[in-house]
Design a protein around this ligand. Sequence first.
Ligand code: DAH
Length: 340
Amino acid sequence: MQQKIDEILNYVKGKMAEVKTSADCQAVRVEVLGKSGKLTELFKLMKDVPAEQKGAVGQLLNGAKQAAESIIAEKETSLAAAELQQKLMSEKIDVTLDLNAEEIGALHPVTLDFMRMCDILTGMGFSQIDGPEIELDKYNFELVNVPKDHPSRDMQDSLYITNDILLRTQTSNTQPRAMEKIKPPFKVFSFGRVFRKDDLDATHTPAFHQLEGIYIDKKVSLATLKHDLSLILKKYLGDATKIKFRASYFPFTEPSVEVDAECNVCKGKGCAACNGNGQYEILGAGMIHPHVLELNGIDPNEFSGYAFGFGFDRFPKIRYKIPNAKVMFSNDVRFIKQFK
Ligand code: DAH
């Protein structure tokens, strides 16, 4: 028996000197220790060993089994380590490889234009604030002086989620939100999406962008509003652009104004971009209604303020001559790629 064991162990050692891969080691393991392996066959002879020798022979065989396993395992471990090293070397990542510039994304034209406007407003002392798109009726309507039965609240236009919660119809929801959080004097603006039940066509989208500006301080007047808005619009649309203020009505401002700007495509002559009018309406604004200040805990005898609100998507649409509002929000990468 000892002789047979020695032969097998020598065989294993000989094989281990030859093998080249960890898979070869496994093959030898099966050949020696597998179900009908050379050593396993010796175990099967145990049944013929006389009872008094069974203990000794058993020990001998188990010792041989362990010895064979450890010879194989040692070689297998060192080969596996070398194989891993080899694999890592061959899979090396070349960090100096040139990226295909085509794959770098582009900013949306609305974002590009907003960034320009952001620079202008922050340069004039405004800070940016944010308001939720899913909003309470309270902030979207009630606290800006549009109570439940107010005629200007067109239920058809608003997308309600529950009786009290809707998708905001205007960024004017940030007026009460700002007044709730910040003590006057303050000068803030807010930009984001608003939602109305509009069908998608060349000039309407059910979700669009607005920009809201709010300035509350002592002695803010209509003259301050006119001065600031003229400056903002000249910087944004170009010094030569003619703008016109005219009286209007909004429930949250008194007095209220609307601003028209000369079409910067046709310079007032009338073209497709301005529907032939030579000018287009760009924003609503006014002095914040004293009742709105009061509703939001600000004393109208001490403070006054102005607010303005733009529909924002029209500007990039005109600047980049985008014929149809639909493509602006189509998520088509071919559209975005043009703005690199
Ligand atoms: N929220 C108005 C709208 O969606 C726009 C607006 C008008 C905002 C007058 C204002 C404002 O802040 O003073 O049509």
